[in-house]
Design a protein around this ligand. Structure first.
Ligand code: KG4
Ligand code: ZN
Length: 341
């Protein structure tokens, strides 16, 4: 079965075709960074309009690259939520319409299930059951995964998501949108010994997170140093480094705990922040102490993309699951409410 996947939940347009037994036949991602950069964050209306412009030409391009014609597609998967409602509606309406016109089934995919399954596209793929750490711009969740659609929430952020904390801290340090990768790059120049930020909520049991205090900690440090600052650039890098290490350590401590608690020796990392190199290195070391192993998507499949949607949709479509014509996208959608296909 060949499935066309369409992702339009935020500021990336992603399109891909996945075929069972063969893998990803073609995929393309277009990022709207330039459109939103001058506003310092995503402007939902501009995101929707740009998805309208880009999605159909990208579908044509991906089908061409894969050497496919319309009749070669056996199903269409589109991101149905959670995300920006106008942006979601573009991909959902287009995906649903194409499926109807082509006479094939369609399915609305949960964006975070897409992220969660992305590491299964790599070799070796992790076997079920595993723990998943989902770290994106909108979510920080630890999930026990028994199989597709069998998700139990173990813990989540009580305030800012990890990616959101990266983005906000980057902004207050004067870095351009999107802040996560920029802050990570700046942290490379930072002195790890100069500041030590707290590891929030690691001193008590449980698997929930809280990252908003770190952003404030970074802001206060930056302000305190302002008067006495001799080397502005170095101070900025040192704060970036201390912030990144605090987030990464906190995530690793909780992941270790989740692995111990579930007894699952495998942990999957997914979502935009899983592209972070320090996070990967720290996580590998922390899990090794538990005799567990971490699995990651390739960097291009960490951030939003169509491949993960095609793949997640393929799993459900080939099991016979489809959506009715009336299916509506959802800005908010709890992943724990998903069922197996
Ligand atoms: O999964 P994603 O592309 O979109 C959402 O579903 O939210 O994640 C985007 C988030 C942003 O907050 C971005 O700053 C963060 O992932 N991010 C990173 C890195 N690359 C992307 N954060 C830290 N280090 C990175 N290398
Ligand atoms: Zn995402």
């Amino acid at each position: 079965m060949r499935v066309l996947g369409i992702e339009t939940s935020c500021d990336e347009t992603g399109v891909a075709v996945y075929q069972g037994g063969r893998g990803m036949l073609a995929h393309a991602v277009y990022s709207q960074i330039e459109i939103h950069a001058r506003y310092g964050g995503v402007v939902p209306e501009l995101a929707s309009r740009d998805h309208v412009r880009k999605t159909l030409p990208m579908i044509r391009q991906v089908l061409d690259e894969a050497g496919l014609a319309k009749p070669d597609i056996d199903g269409v998967a589109f991101t149905a939520g959670p995300g920006l409602i106008g942006a979601l509606m573009v991909g959902a309406a287009l995906g649903r319409s194409l499926a109807w016109a082509w006479g094939v089934p369609a399915i609305g995919v949960h964006h975070m299930e897409g992220h969660l399954l992305a590491p299964l596209l790599e070799e070796p793929a992790p076997e079920f059951p595993f723990v998943a750490l989902l770290v994106s711009g909108g979510h920080t969740q630890l999930v026990a995964v028994a199989g597709i659609g069998r998700y139990q929430l173990l813990g989540e952020s009580l305030d800012d998501a990890a990616g959101e904390a990266f983005d906000k801290t980057a902004k207050l340090l004067g870095l351009p949108y999107p802040g996560g990768p920029a802050l990570a790059a700046l942290a490379e120049q930072g002195d790890p010994g100069r500041y030590r930020f707290p590891r929030p909520m690691t001193d008590r049991p449980g698997l929930d997170f809280s990252f908003s205090g770190l952003k404030t900690f970074a802001l206060n440090t930056w302000r305190e140093e302002e008067a006495a600052r001799s080397d502005r650039e170095q101070t900025r890098a040192d704060i970036a480094r201390a912030f990144e290490e605090a987030v990464v350590d906190t995530l690793a401590i909780k992941c270790r705990r989740a692995v111990r608690q579930t007894g699952f020796p495998r942990l999957v990392l997914a979502g935009g922040v899983s592209a972070n190199r320090r996070l990967r290195a720290t996580m590998d070391g922390a899990l090794a102490k538990e005799g567990a192993r971490a699995f990651y998507p390739r960097p291009a499949f960490c951030t939003d993309n169509g491949a993960m949607i095609a793949f997640a949709g393929w799993h459900r479509l080939q099991a016979g699951q489809t959506e009715p014509l009336s299916f509506a996208p959802r800005a908010r959608w709890d992943m724990a409410g998903l069922a197996p296909p």
